[in-house]
Design a protein around this ligand. Structure first.
Ligand SMILES: C[S@@+](CC[C@H](N)C(=O)[O-])C[C@H]1O[C@@H](n2cnc3c(N)ncnc32)[C@H](O)[C@@H]1O
Length: 278
């Protein structure tokens, strides 16, 4: 079926809306991507133009359509134990950090957790590296703007391809292998219930969410490959929020292609993509 053409005016309306509601800035180069990804949605809704789709967004008080659109235009690409050097750092530092904390709970936040590979990597890592009395005091919060992706994360199903980079012993220890009965890739790997239960999944918009819901300071925030969608101003505001939530000496992990710019006085760079609250 032929794809509807997105006009410049329609693109400007949609990108203003996405910026104002999710902090995501879409460059001119994203115009054909937006058209490609939203055209199917127009057909599903029986709409004949992107202006009609924009009106539909404005009428949707619950915000479900916004989330749908963000799912369509952003990438949820993620993987287990992404950004290897950060795990190597944690391999050296995590146990002493947890053991020397002056407070009881050790709180870790996966902000922009996508389909769950990041928070489940954290949970597996804690199990590999910490004594059981310390694991019991670790709390993992995982949030994302997308309800849909959170549902997937909570279910914890992964394909053979998703788990292929993991050590075999992790697969037997942390996953159940399930037959799906279908053709092709008929095996799925599901995170074991006890590991799923270590994580609290919640929907949270990092740009417009109410940060006062976080009552306790954090020890580590992972916010990796999320700020790439935000402009400088939005990024700086978010980093300042993170700084308020972190204990002095607590860590912020970001993606390798990201950096802390104007807020660098709030953090000390330990190594690229790893920062410590001053
Ligand atoms: C590329 S994934 C990164 C996943 C994981 N952190 C990693 O590095 O592998 C980016 C995630 O950020 C989420 N996201 C985008 N804008 C957001 C916002 N304003 N608030 C919360 N999450 C957002 C997307 O839904 C997506 O799941």
């Amino acid at each position: 079926m032929e794809e509807k053409t997105l006009t410049r005016r329609e693109f400007d309306l949609l990108r203003k809306y996405v910026y104002e509601h999710a902090g995501i800035s879409l460059s001119d180069q994203k115009m054909s991507l937006v058209q490609g990804r939203l055209s199917k949605r127009l057909r599903q809704l029986g709409l004949t133009s992107y202006k009609q789709y924009y009106d539909h967004l404005l009428e949707d008080d619950g915000g479900d359509e916004l989330v749908f659109m963000i799912d369509a235009i952003s990438t949820n690409v993620t993987s287990f134990f992404r950004e290897r050097s950060q795990w190597e750092y944690l391999h050296r530092e995590l146990a002493p950090l947890v053991a020397s904390r002056p407070h009881k709970a050790f709180r870790i936040w996966s902000a922009g957790c996508s389909s769950g590979e990041e928070p489940y990597s954290i949970a597996m890592f804690l199990h590999e590296k910490l004594p059981s009395h310390d694991i019991a005091n670790c709390k993992i919060l995982a949030t994302d703007i997308s309800q849909d992706i959170l549902r997937r994360a909570m279910k914890g199903y992964y394909s053979s391809r998703n788990v292929e980079g993991l050590p075999r012993k992790y697969i037997t220890k942390y996953f159940n292998k399930e037959r799906t009965g279908g053709k092709g890739d008929d095996v799925q790997y599901r995170i074991q219930p006890w590991l799923r239960q270590m994580i609290l999944f919640r929907m949270f918009n990092l740009v417009y969410g109410n940060f006062s819901v976080f009552q306790n300071p954090m020890d580590i925030i992972f916010c990796r490959n999320v700020m790439i969608y935000f402009d400088m101003e939005t990024r700086d505001a978010l980093i300042a929020r993170f700084a308020e939530l972190l204990y002095p000496g607590a860590h912020l992990f970001i993606g390798h292609s990201e950096s802390l710019t104007r807020n660098s006085k709030l953090f000390r760079m330990v190594q690229p993509s790893i920062y410590q609250r001053i």
